[in-house]
Design a protein around this ligand. Structure first.
Ligand code: CO
Ligand code: CO
Length: 353
């Protein structure tokens, strides 16, 4: 069975119950569990479980802090090499979202070694190590277990200046919201699984999921960004609500300005909306004031569970034009202003068509 010919027929997503970050535990469920856990009062812990941030930050000295994250999930695509590359891109992203530089990574592997040939795992690890190399880091170890379902991810350690941490709870009234990648990986992945996606859209989504947030982060670092996070399993509105609730502000978001991947409306209308995306819609609607002109499909699009999505940053409006130009100049062509912080408040997101 261990030949590349048989690998061709293996559909990795058919071994998984949920797709990529879409397999995250529902936010409503997770919140209850985390509530009961103790919170650290170590003064050197600069970012911990007290905020809903992307990574933990621990101060080593006045100028240096460790930034550390962990991320892993079930296959989002059938190709094992791409799955490894996407999982690596996604895991490293949380370091960039905090404003840090990645240093090294360790693999987390769960693999059905009795059901799938070792060459599949080989390809997953190859995809990850190539992506890590692109980010300028090495994978220096890991841990693997035998499991019914393949899962892969990494823990990534980085370094950050303790005075320049980009937390997700510091947006200010008057900031504009900038998103660096288009939305749609959840809908397209679901369409792939339902076998209604076109090869073009498959390629588009995989291309975005394999795009490191490194270039975007490098540019953001040169501007007075107030807040940053990356858009993953809780979708655009979910991750934006972490910003608005944490910052004590209300935001406006313009549907027509949000960059979407091609054809996702058609796929969503055909039923390619995942359970994760519907869960996001139901949960985060409590904070969203829906524009009546947005139909159900458009609301799902704004709630779509992303895997390895772009950075979402808040920056004073005066800098937005310069920042957009710098991002585009660096090759981050889809970067767009998608909304703004309009008032102080309890985290409301007002949608406009
Ligand atoms: Co994140
Ligand atoms: Co993450």
């Amino acid at each position: 069975m261990n030949t590349s010919a048989s690998n061709e027929k293996i559909k990795l997503t058919h071994y998984s119950h949920g797709l990529g970050c879409g397999c995250k535990i529902r936010p409503q469920y997770l919140e209850k569990i985390l509530e009961g856990l103790p919170v650290s009062d170590d003064p050197d812990l600069l970012v911990g479980t007290g905020s809903k941030d992307d990574a933990a930050v621990y101060r080593i000295n006045e100028h240096q802090a460790i930034v550390q994250t962990v991320d892993f999930f079930t296959p989002i695509v059938d190709d094992p090499y791409d799955f490894g590359a996407i999982a690596a891109t996604n895991a490293i992203s949380d370091i960039y979202a905090m404003g840090g530089k990645p240093l090294f990574a360790l693999n987390i592997v769960a693999f059905p070694s009795k059901k799938l040939p070792a060459s599949i795992l080989d390809q997953i690890l190859k995809g990850a190590s190539d992506k890590a190399a692109e980010a300028g880091i090495s994978i220096v170890g890991g841990h693997s277990i035998d499991d019914e379902e393949p899962k892969f991810g990494m823990t990534v350690t980085g370094i950050i200046n303790p005075t320049r941490i980009l937390k997700n709870n510091n947006a200010k009234v008057g900031d504009v919201l900038i998103l660096t990648k288009p939305i749609g990986t959840g809908i397209i992945s679901t369409a792939i699984r339902q076998e209604i996606a076109t090869p073009e859209s498959m390629e588009e989504a995989v291309g975005w999921m394999k795009t490191l947030n490194r270039d975007a982060a490098e540019i953001l670092e040169q501007f007075p960004v107030n807040t940053c996070t990356d858009v993953t399993g809780f979708g655009l509105l979910g991750h934006l609500s972490e910003i608005t609730i944490g910052s004590g502000v209300n935001a406006e978001i313009y549907y027509s300005k949000v960059p979407f991947m091609n054809s996702i409306k058609i796929f969503a209308e055909a039923g390619a909306v995942s359970g994760g995306t519907k869960g996001n819609y139901e949960y985060y609607s409590a904070w969203v004031e829906w524009d009546e002109k947005l139909d159900q499909i458009e609301r799902y699009m704004l709630s779509d569970a992303q895997t390895s999505g772009g950075l979402l940053a808040a920056i004073p409006e005066d800098y937005s034009e310069k920042l957009l130009a710098a991002l585009k100049n660096k090759g981050v062509h889809s970067a767009s202003v998608i909304g703004k912080i309009v008032s102080s408040g309890n985290g409301k997101i007002i949608t406009r068509k």
